[in-house]
Design a protein around this ligand. Structure first.
Ligand code: ADP
Ligand code: NA
Length: 334
């Protein structure tokens, strides 16, 4: 117990975008490197398909998105020999632990979580899965007794809920779960915004695909999307996320791709207006994504290989989770 273990997940609900990459996946790769250096015992990364179906999915699209998510993670540098990469639904203990934890959750607590509030607002009748998915998310983490959870800023309250459930279980049944730490590298700095509605975060679930840059977008698509991105009526390029979210988001994207600070960028493009600056940003994004895109296109031609990777990951995930689950069953008396 107490072994440092990293867990994180990504939903196969659409093409993985720059926000996911800079907010989450890049960190996953760094944790994997740190694991090699002995800092962590395991890095466990899951494509969380059971979360994806909390909103209606077309089966063909979902299946394609699952393969694409696996290919993306590999292309971004997740090494299946170093990390455990698997599909959530392949490990039935996730929903089983979720049931046990659900029995410790209360309805008001779930109703207050911001993700639920946002998503349910748009629906006439709210599916039970959408309501309880933070419980499943807690199970994802606690099933491996994870200690570190790298997530984007939009996920913090959900992970806090997982911490609360771990504490509650421990209080009732004695020390069982580690309290997972939220690993929020970069914080707000890595929260990318929608290119079309900069007041919102960049998300797979926004219907307008022009609002996000997918990791396999072609150079032309990238240029087009950035060119059409919403900025404001001021033509100078200045970084001010509060009053100028659109152009600041572009500067942030540029900074993340180029390694320059926002200040350095603003100084170096003083003589450009936002219209011309967009082409500079697009160029930086195209260059940054080029190797990932090439690798992904290759991997998508190898579905059998991707399935093999998942199969190996599933076996490792089951081996790691069974002792935790057995401990839970013993403590609960089931
Ligand atoms: P999405 O909201 O795009 O469907 P997921 O819910 O699958 O993404 O989240 C996968 C990871 O990406 C999470 O750790 C989440 O915090 C992070 N993430 C999602 N959107 C953004 C964004 N716009 N900026 C930064 N990180 C993000
Ligand atoms: Na999300």
């Amino acid at each position: 117990k107490g072994q440092p273990r990293v867990f994180s997940g990504i939903q196969p609900t659409g093409e993985i975008h720059l926000g996911n990459y800079f907010g989450a996946i890049r960190q996953w790769v760094r944790f994997q490197d740190e694991k090699k250096a002995g800092k962590y015992e395991q890095c466990i990364y899951s494509v969380v398909d059971l979360h994806a179906i909390t909103i209606p999915q077309d089966r063909d699209v979902l299946e394609k998105n699952i393969f694409q998510a696996v290919a993306t993670l590999l292309a971004c540098g997740i090494d299946p020999n170093e990390s455990i990469l698997f599909l959530q639904s392949h490990v039935p203990l996730h929903p089983q632990l979720s049931w046990v934890l659900g029995c410790l959750s209360t309805m008001p607590q779930l109703g207050r979580l911001p993700n639920f509030r946002d998503k349910s607002k748009k629906l006439k009748e709210v599916p039970l899965g959408l309501y309880t998915y933070p419980v499943l998310q807690a199970a994802d983490i606690l099933l491996y007794n994870a200690t570190h959870v790298p997530v984007g800023e939009d996920n913090v309250q959900q992970i806090q809920f997982a911490q609360l459930l771990a504490q509650r279980f421990n209080r009732i049944h004695g020390r069982t779960f580690n309290i997972p730490k939220i690993m929020l590298e970069g914080g707000m700095w890595c929260r990318l915004r929608s290119l079309r509605k900069p007041e919102n975060k960049m998300s797979k679930s926004e219907p307008d695909a022009k609002s996000r840059i997918g990791l396999t977008d072609s150079p032309d698509e990238i240029v087009e999307k950035i060119k059409k991105s919403v900025t404001d009526f001021t033509s100078a390029v200045t970084y001010d996320p509060e009053t100028r979210p659109g152009v600041s988001n572009l500067i942030m994207i540029h900074s993340l791709c180029s390694g320059q600070s926002a200040e350095e960028i603003c100084n170096s493009v003083q003589d450009l207006d936002t219209g011309k600056y967009k082409f500079v940003v697009a160029e930086a994004v195209v260059e940054h994504l080029r190797p990932i895109r090439t690798k992904m296109i290759e991997l998508m031609k190898e579905p059998a290989y991707l399935l093999d990777i998942l199969k190996i990951g599933t076996e490792k995930a089951i081996t790691l989770s069974e002792p935790v689950w057995n401990d839970v069953c013993f403590k609960v008396g089931i």
